[in-house]
Design a protein around this ligand. Structure first.
Ligand code: AMP
Length: 582
């Protein structure tokens, strides 16, 4: 019988963070000892040394493309120690929606361990403030297809790799997070059918559900948009005890049918509750009366969905989940009562060796209200315990999965410390999104501009369902194009004001000066038909992305022909900015 104690999880975390520096040195030593035989490290001449100074002197900072040739060799069947001491038996496919193609990353037992450590740690802190009872979780989780590389190594999304482990099931039991839906739904081969069944199973167990979850908040919003369309059908299934004919995957059909009984009372109750709701406000709270919170990653590129999520959640608290990537985990949210906008992640000092590249604004630009981190100058990387509160850094990590001084491409701000480990706030992806000439805007700049313009729609009670951007250089001068899908029709006047507001909200000095002299043309706002972003998601799912890790691409490049086509074929209205008078 396993004994799981929340206090001991918290004690362990306190111990780890009390001397984060010592744990960092220890972790680096273990990583280098375990992987010392790897060709990559051998070649760099570490010669068995495991101290941070030698490590930094011998090992260069890398990005994924530097490691890709090594990863490809493993994928092609090379079983010698290439990046790690032990052979790599599976890969994770990163969602890669921003890079165009999925990246292959080593997936190892140690990654499973650190995933469980993060899950347990944040649960212990969450449960101390918002205790849940025994019951179930309505989880919108989906596994994606497994493929084999040329050399026979299994590759699938990181989340799927995790769901397939024994430890995952055990940990879910420990942290009272067992999913309402049977495995056949999670591992079903059709996302749309799985989503329908998740909703149905959630309703069948409506009294038992303690919280609602998805990896990224987008999936919860997506699920409830779907619910608005299918709620009557769901009620009918519950009333009759017969599963809708839309579920055709045999294993899923069989597993969910087993849970269904004719339950007219439950169906009536759900139906009446839905009828009483005003524009679906508070649907989660109403239908799952024992749910204590809504949980999932709500930071970074998920922020634009918060408003809708709050609407569906009603007065239930939103709790933002931990910070990590397919490459490895970084930190846990140990201050669960902070609102998603100010959530921080305490770095676990035993899951990797972390370094931080200081990003500094050149003198005179400190107050510039732009998130364009491209304007920063880079300092020398500093260690985990050397970061300074209030400063921004690009994170670099070394972990047990064969990634050494790996630049993840994320920008973080140090919000404070928990004992001696920093608490990080996610700022944005480092990569540039919009740029024509000297202008540089990131995903965060785009988000801020869209938020600013969205305020003008709020008076008309309109929402932006989703958005993306593009640079149109087919005519001289090039200009920014912003695509919006709206919840319903807006007046021409309102859209024109939004378009001007977007143009003026890109405050990056390069953009403003280029606009003033006409080196960049007027910003264009293109409104797309309802359902367009759904089509884009379907397109990525067909390519093998998982709904779990899906993030709407905030920039669509010229080479992404298919997505550009979907967008352009669905344009129903367009406006050019007159904000700069040209
Ligand atoms: P993936 O490898 O597909 O899981 O994507 C990893 C990326 O998602 C990270 O590099 C971050 O940019 C983003 N991400 C992951 N967790 C968070 C979080 N808690 N807040 C904001 N962004 C996150």
């Amino acid at each position: 019988m396993r004994v799981f104690s929340l206090e001991s999880v918290i004690d362990e975390f306190e111990e780890l963070t009390n001397d984060a520096g010592q744990h960092q040195r220890e972790t680096l030593r273990k990583i280098l000892e375990q992987n010392g035989e790897a060709e990559y490290l051998q070649k760099l001449g570490l010669r068995g040394r495991t101290d941070p100074e030698s490590f930094k002197a011998c090992v260069p900072l890398v990005t994924h493309s530097d490691l890709d040739p090594y990863i490809q060799r493993i994928a092609n069947g090379d079983t010698s120690p290439v990046l790690t001491g032990k052979p790599i038996r599976s890969f994770s496919l990163s969602s890669g929606t921003s890079q165009g193609k999925p990246k292959l990353l080593p997936f190892t037992d140690e990654l499973v361990q650190s995933t469980m450590q993060i899950y347990r740690t944040s649960f212990a802190f969450r449960n101390r403030e918002y205790p849940i009872g025994n019951g179930k979780a309505l989880q919108f989780i989906y596994s994606s297809k497994q493929v084999k590389t040329k050399g026979g190594v299994i590759a699938t999304t990181a989340t799927t790799n995790v769901y397939r482990t024994e430890q995952f099931k055990c940990t879910m039991k420990d942290i009272q997070s067992q999913c309402c839906s049977p495995d056949e739904v999670i591992f079903g081969s059709d996302f749309q059918q799985s989503l329908y069944c998740h909703l149905l199973c959630g309703l069948i167990y409506s009294d038992e559900v303690q919280f609602v979850f998805s990896t990224f908040a987008h999936s919860i919003v997506h699920a409830f948009r779907k619910f608005e369309d299918v709620w009557e059908e769901l009620c009918e299934d519950i009333r009759s005890g017969v599963l809708s004919s839309r579920i055709t995957v045999p294993s899923m059909r069989a597993a969910v049918s087993k849970l269904l009984r004719p339950s007219p009372n439950l169906a009536d109750s759900i139906y009446n509750k839905c009828m009483r709701l005003s524009n679906w406000y508070g649907v989660i709270q109403e239908l799952w009366p024992n749910a204590k919170y809504v949980y999932g990653i709500m930071t970074g590129s998920m922020e634009p969905y918060l408003k809708k999520l709050r609407h569906y959640a009603g007065s239930l608290p939103l709790m933002s989940a931990d910070y990590g990537s397919s490459e490895g985990w970084i930190g846990a949210n140990v201050n669960p009562s902070l609102p998603p906008e100010s959530v921080t992640f305490a770095v676990l000092p035993n899951i990797g060796y972390f370094e931080f590249i200081p990003l500094e604004k050149p003198a005179g630009q400190e107050t510039e209200n732009s998130a364009a981190t491209i304007h920063y100058t880079e300092g020398e990387p500093v260690g985990l315990t050397e970061v300074e509160v209030g400063k921004e850094y690009e994170i670099v990590f070394t972990n047990f999965a064969g990634l050494y001084r790996y630049r993840l491409g994320d920008v973080l701000r140090v919000a404070g410390f928990h004992n001696s480990t920093p608490e990080l706030q996610f700022v944005c992806r480092r990569s540039l999104v919009l740029s024509i000439n000297i202008d540089k805007n990131t995903e965060k700049d785009l988000q801020l501009a869209v938020e600013e313009a969205a305020k003008l729609l709020a008076v008309e009670k309109l929402e932006i369902v989703d958005f993306t951007s593009h640079v149109d250089t087919s005519m001289e001068p090039g200009h920014y194009v912003i695509f919006w899908e709206l919840s319903s029709d807006a007046t021409e006047d309102a859209l024109h004001s939004c378009c001007n507001c977007l143009d003026l909200s890109f405050v990056d000095a390069g953009y403003v000066s280029s606009r003033k002299v006409g080196a960049i043309g007027p910003l264009e706002l293109r409104i797309v038909r309802k359902g367009t972003f759904h089509k884009i998601m379907d397109h990525y799912l067909e390519l093998g992305a998982a709904l779990n890790q899906f993030k709407t691409p905030r920039f669509v490049g010229q080479s992404n022909i298919k997505v550009l086509q979907i967008l352009n074929r669905n344009v129903i209205d367009c406006h050019f900015s007159t904000a700069y008078g040209n």
